[in-house]
Write a new protein. Structure first.
Length: 329
């Protein structure tokens, strides 16, 4: 069994993915009180708070350090201040723990724009710090749509394996040949109530949808607009993939996007968002719908963590065991 710590834990996407490989979480940290409450509700553990106030000696030894360090400083929806933003400097706290605890592997996630931030200088600095700390480091921008998840969600994943233990060269997993569509994760209409968007300015266009879906399309298929079709005002078909779930944003279908489902234009239900993030059906959500959307929008896809985690553990010569498939996964 390998051990890991879960930094910037959110609601536990990293933890779910790595526990599916037999890992044991020995420490977690999350500053948002609502996300921390959801984490505790599901894992029976209250995460430590502000990472800047956590001494390295208070963190147990571990094999893997993982975390989705704050993405807002690098997101196209933010000001893109990067390491100049106080949240961006939290990466230096990650490195503080890496230097002190020397885990066999480091596993990080951020928004895809992280790669382009400051013309790539931010990424180069990150990779350089990990390499100088003694870690063979690789990164890749992967789209969940190519890994059996019907959500177009591009994220950068950074994996560092300590050079004195690495087995060969770490490689990210290749894309899966899995045909999944948004319709596969939808609730019955009787359970997806109160989500309808009823407006006079909805326009559904003839897109030749039947023709476009004859071959597998691992991407969203836009079929209409609300108002002028701005962000949060586009309508998609359930025959394609869902758009990226977001913690922020406006428009009539903010955070989930709008879909024409059995003749009704509606947002997604929190349960459908849970499925799009690869969380198990038994996962206990925040009772407030708004918090659910925010928390899943900020989360990492557990399915992606599991897939990348296998390759990382192999490279770090850490034993993993595939958990038995739960029917509610």
């Amino acid at each position: 069994m390998f051990t890991f710590i879960d930094l910037f834990a959110g609601i536990g996407g990293f933890r779910i993915g790595l526990e599916r490989l037999g890992g044991k979480c020995v420490f977690s940290s999350e500053i948002d009180k609502h996300a921390a409450a959801t984490y505790e509700r599901n894992f029976g553990e209250k995460p430590a708070g502000d990472i800047t106030k956590i001494a390295a000696e208070d963190v147990p030894d571990h094999d893997v350090l993982c975390g989705g360090f704050p993405c807002q400083p690098f997101s196209v929806s933010g000001k893109q201040l990067g390491f100049e933003d106080a949240r961006g400097t939290l990466f230096f706290d990650v490195m503080r723990l890496v230097d002190a605890k020397r885990p066999r592997a480091v596993f990080l996630e951020n928004v895809a724009n992280f790669v382009r931030h400051r013309n790539g200088d931010t990424l180069k600095r990150t990779i350089s710090m990990l390499e100088n700390a003694g870690y063979q480091t690789k990164y890749a921008v992967l789209n969940a749509s190519n890994y059996g998840v019907p959500q177009a969600r591009k994220r950068v994943y950074i994996v560092g394996v300590r050079k004195d233990v690495v087995l060969g060269e770490f490689q990210f997993p290749g894309a899966l040949d899995a045909e999944v569509r948004l319709r596969d994760i939808l609730l019955p209409a009787s359970k997806a109530t109160g989500l309808e968007i009823e407006r006079d300015d909805i326009q559904i266009k003839d897109t030749g949808l039947e023709e476009s879906t004859k071959s597998r399309t691992n991407k969203p298929i836009q079929i209409g607009i609300i108002n002028k079709g701005g962000q949060g005002e586009r309508i998609y078909s359930p025959e394609g993939h869902g758009i990226t779930l977001s913690a922020h944003g406006g428009g009539a279908a903010a955070k989930t996007g709008a879909y024409l489902i059995k003749g009704v234009v509606r947002r997604l239900h929190p349960i459908e968002c849970r499925r799009l993030m690869g969380f198990p059906e038994r996962f206990k959500m925040d009772p407030r719908k708004g918090q659910c959307y925010k928390q899943f929008g900020n989360a990492v896809i557990a399915t992606m963590i599991e897939a990348i985690g296998k390759e990382m553990l192999n490279a770090a010569k850490l034993r993993w065991v595939q958990a038995e498939l739960d029917l509610d996964r």
